[in-house]
Design a protein around this ligand. Structure first.
Ligand code: HEC
Ligand code: HEC
Ligand code: HEC
Ligand code: HEC
Length: 116
């Protein structure tokens, strides 16, 4: 009886832990943490008044030209350059860092982007 209960408890612990582990690794900020990019790199060092990252924060590390080049083969259209916004659309319209990323262009187009 005791061992059965232990087993059931262990199974429950696994069931609870798994989705949490998957979720924790899912968002952009977590993936940045994994490659050594700390909170401060995006939010600044002033903990009393953290800054909200903007275009310049992201492009400080991700050079726009290189990015456009890297995704030039994405069909049907390069997500990093468009006739409407050029190369200046805020990254966080698509790449959310603490929640599910979004396909900004899907408001009007059906490009089926898989936004990391
Ligand atoms: C790669 C950049 C990046 C990293 C690293 C990052 N964040 Fe963020 N954070 C953002 C962005 C962008 C937003 C705005 C909302 C969004 O896009 O999810 C945000 C929003 C927040 C907010 C909500 C307040 C606000 O300004 O909107 C908090 C709190 C926060 N981050 C805390 C953290 C902590 C704590 C860490 C480290 C564990 C961290 N962030 C790491 C980019 C980052
Ligand atoms: C301090 C440098 C730094 C800053 C600031 C930074 N990144 Fe990154 N980012 C990296 C590194 C390093 C990687 C991993 C290598 C790569 O894929 O380029 C990465 C990976 C990514 C990826 C690849 C997919 C993924 O999530 O694993 C995306 C998308 C991304 N960053 C978007 C952003 C956005 C949007 C911002 C601004 C909110 C930002 N980054 C700010 C350094 C940075
Ligand atoms: C319209 C939505 C959108 C916007 C805005 C956007 N991205 Fe992306 N990004 C994507 C999509 C979609 C991909 C995946 C492309 C693919 O399928 O290879 C991607 C891929 C990336 C990657 C991974 C590239 C690779 O192949 O290693 C990085 C890094 C990245 N974006 C950074 C940024 C930064 C920085 C900005 C702002 C300057 C930005 N993105 C703006 C949609 C967007
Ligand atoms: C508010 C609606 C709207 C949004 C958001 C939008 N588009 Fe468009 N887009 C249009 C319209 C309308 C046209 C012109 C009609 C057409 O050719 O489909 C167009 C045309 C285009 C074209 C030219 C198509 C062609 O066949 O020549 C490209 C490429 C494009 N958009 C890319 C993007 C990308 C990438 C994004 C996201 C970064 C985006 N659009 C976001 C409405 C939008």
């Amino acid at each position: 009886m005791k061992s059965l209960r232990t087993l059931a408890a262990a199974a429950l612990a696994v069931a609870l832990a798994l989705p949490l582990a998957v979720q924790a690794a899912e968002f952009g900020a977590d993936r940045h943490a994994k490659v050594g990019v700390k909170c401060e790199a995006c939010h600044g060092t002033n903990k009393a008044n953290p800054k909200t990252p903007d275009f310049a924060t992201c492009t400080g590390c991700h050079k726009v030209d290189a990015l456009v080049e890297k995704t030039k083969g994405v069909k049907p259209a390069n997500p990093h350059v468009s006739p409407h916004y050029g190369t200046e659309l805020d990254c966080t319209n698509c790449h959310m860092m603490h929640s599910e990323s979004q396909d900004f262009c899907a408001q009007c187009h059906n490009f089926k982007y898989q936004v990391p």
